[in-house]
Design a protein around this ligand. Structure first.
Ligand SMILES: O=P(O)(O)OP(=O)(O)OP(=O)(O)OC[C@H]1O[C@@H](n2cnc3c(O)ncnc32)[C@H](O)[C@@H]1O
Ligand SMILES: [Mg+2]
Length: 173
């Protein structure tokens, strides 16, 4: 197969590392280009729909008319039985105009964190304050803090990227 050109719609290492790891595993030999591509939704998405849309918008924007494939990954929260849950979505756009979507891990946020988000703050800085660390969203993420380091943000995104790449490969059989 000819080497594919692939972009990822973020400069966040947790997202770039996830895409790199999966493409390496699949031996697609692709070089990944991180690009700035807006999500077109709120900085802090507040529903499954909005989070998924952010991933789709990012993937489509990151094709830039020159890549074969573009990945968009987006974190957000949604309300379920009065609790806020962390959710994660990904999208893969192809230059032919196909779009694949998949969701990843979801888990409830502690009330102390949820109340800050309801007040309009973004999860990234709220998580840093909660854990007394800086830049959590760039590596282990909220999910890393909330699972005692067992599942890190890049690993969680890796699973989503596998779900996306797998659907793409099934169509390319
Ligand atoms: O640079 P980009 O690609 O935008 O990466 P990001 O870390 O801002 O990630 P998202 O935009 O996908 O996430 C939307 C918001 O949710 C926050 N967020 C989502 N998941 C998180 C996590 O696991 N840890 C910390 N913050 C998270 C993040 O800070 C944003 O405010
Ligand atoms: Mg962001």
């Amino acid at each position: 197969m000819k080497t594919l050109t692939v972009s990822v719609a973020s400069k966040n290492p947790a997202k770039i590392d996830a895409v790199s790891a999966v493409l390496e595993k699949l031996q697609l030999g692709a070089e990944i280009v991180p690009v700035d591509a807006g999500s077109g939704v709120s900085a802090q998405p507040f529903s499954l729909e909005e989070t998924r849309q952010g991933a789709v918008n990012r993937a489509q924007a990151a094709l830039l008319g020159k890549y074969d494939l573009a990945f968009g990954l987006e974190g957000g929260v949604y309300v379920l039985e009065e609790s806020l849950y962390l959710c994660n979505w990904g999208a893969l756009a192809t230059k032919e105009g196909r779009i694949y979507t998949a969701a990843g891990a979801q888990l409830p946020l502690p009330e102390r964190i949820s109340e800050q988000l309801r007040a309009g703050r973004e999860l990234g800085p709220v998580m840093d304050e909660y854990a007394g660390e800086i830049g959590i969203r760039h590596h282990k993420g909220a999910i890393g803090i909330l699972t005692s380091g067992l599942v890190k943000r890049n690993e969680m995104f890796e699973h989503i990227v596998e779900l996306l790449a797998g659907q793409f490969l099934k169509d390319s059989d």
